[in-house]
Design a protein around this ligand. Sequence first.
Ligand code: UDP
Length: 468
Amino acid sequence: MSSDDPRAITASPSAETQAPTEAGDLERERRLPHPGRRATDRRHDRPLPPSLLSPPMPPPPPRLDDYRAIVGQSQLDTLRFLAGELRGKTIKMVNSTAVGGGVAEMLNRLVPLLSELDVPTRWEVITGGNDFFEITKAFHNALHGMSYELTQAAKDIFLMYNEQNRRRMKFEQDLVVIHDPQPVALIQSRCQAGASWVWRCHIDLSNPNPAVWEFLRPFVEQYDAAIVSSQSFARQLPIPQYLFYPCIDPLSEKNKELPDSLVQQVCDDFGIDRSRPIVTQVSRFDRLKDPVGVVQAYKLAKKYVDCQLVLAGGGATDDPEGAVVLQEVKDAAGNDPDIIILDLPPWCAVQINAIQRASTVIVQKSLKEGFGLTVTEALWKGKPTIASAVGGIPNQIMHKLTGVLVHSVEGCAFQIRYLLTHPDFARSIGMAGHEHVKENFLMTTNVKRWLLLFRILEQAKAQRPRAA
Ligand code: UDP
C-alpha cells in the first residue's frame, strides 16, 4: 500500500510530511545524549539496563475483538453500527510529537481502531526547529495561565513553521483533526466545501494568558468544531464545542496485565524494594507536574511512615525544558537513597506499567493538567491515587470515592501518610477507581465519541452552502 493511497493505514505518523516515523523518532532520541545521564550529580544516575538502550519491536496493535473480554460484545456491536454509515470516509489526525505525552499515546491506538472499522485514518506529525518548539512550549505554559510576553518574533516563527508544514501536507480526507495549539494555523488549508476541520484541544484553557489566546483564537474560530477534555476548559467561541474525555488502552503495553515475575524483574532492575511501601509519580520532568513538590511531600510524610519515592519520567520531543527540571528534581532529592529518579527513554511502556503495578500509592501532583492520563492509568490498575484538583483530574477522582484530591504539598504529604496507614480504605478507593475508568475512560468509549462526532459533522457538511 503506497503512502499516497488514501486508505493507507498508519498506526504511527506517516512519512508523507517528512515527519519522523515513530521508529525513526525513537532512533533519533536514542542517539541523542540523554540529559539525565549527563548530569553532574551521580547519586541518582542509575544506568539503564542494557535491554532498554534501544526500542523494542512494538507488538501488533490489538484488534477490536480483543477488547470483548473487557468491555463486552454489545460495546463492540455499537461501534460497528456507528461506523457503518461512515464506511470509506477518511480522517487525518495531526499533532506535534510522535512519542512522549498523552496525545501520542492515544493516537497510537485510536488510529488503527478507526481504520479497522473501515474509517481509514492517517496520523501525521508536524516538523519544526528548536525555535518553534521553544515557542510552542511557552504557549503551552501561557495557555495554562503562566505569564509570558508574546513578541512579534515569536508569532512570526510560529506562523512560519505552520506555513511550512501546511505547504508540505495534503488535506484530502473527509475529516481533519488538529491536536493542540502547535499546528492550529494549518486551518488555513480548509476550503469551504471540503473536509470538516476539528480542533482537538487537550490542554486546560480555563485561564489562558490573554495575549496568547487572542493570537490563537482567530485560527480556532475557523474550525467547524472544537473538542475539550473538561467542561471547565470550554471558551466562548462561535463554533460548537464538544466534551471528549481522553482515554487509555487497556491492552497497551502500558496498561495490560503483567505477570508478577516481570513486575519483580523491573523493580530489581531499578533498585525498587517491593517489601517496603512505594509511592510513585510517573510524569515528564516538567514544572507543571511539580516533581519537586512531590519530593517535598514525600519528605514530610517520611517523618511518620516508611516509604520509597519513585519519580519515573522522560521527555517528549516537543519539550525542551526536561533536562533542567530533571536537575532541579535531583537537587531536591539530595542524597536520600529511598528516592529513585528514573529518566526513561520513551519506549519504556512495560517498565512504567510494572512500576505502577508495584506501587502502593500513586501520586499526580500537577500544578496544571490537561486531563492527566497518568491518573487514568493508575486508577485502571486499581491503585489508590492522590492527585491535585486541577484540569481534568476531578473528572477522574471523586474525592474519597475513586481517589483523593489534594491542593498543596502538605495535603499531599498527609494523604500519602493516611493511605499508607489505612490499607482497607486505600484498597476500596482503588477498586472504585478501576470501575470508574472502565465506565468512562477506555479507548473503546473514545472511538465511539469520534464516530458520533464524525456522523454529526458529515450531516452538518451536507447542509453547508457549496462554494460557487
Ligand atoms: N509517560 C511515559 N513516559 C514518561 C512519562 C510519561 O510513557 O516518562 C506517559 C504516561 O504514562 C502517560 C503519558 O505519557 O501515558 C502522559 O500523559 P498525561 O496526560 O498524564 O500528561 P502529558 O504528558 O500529556 O501532559
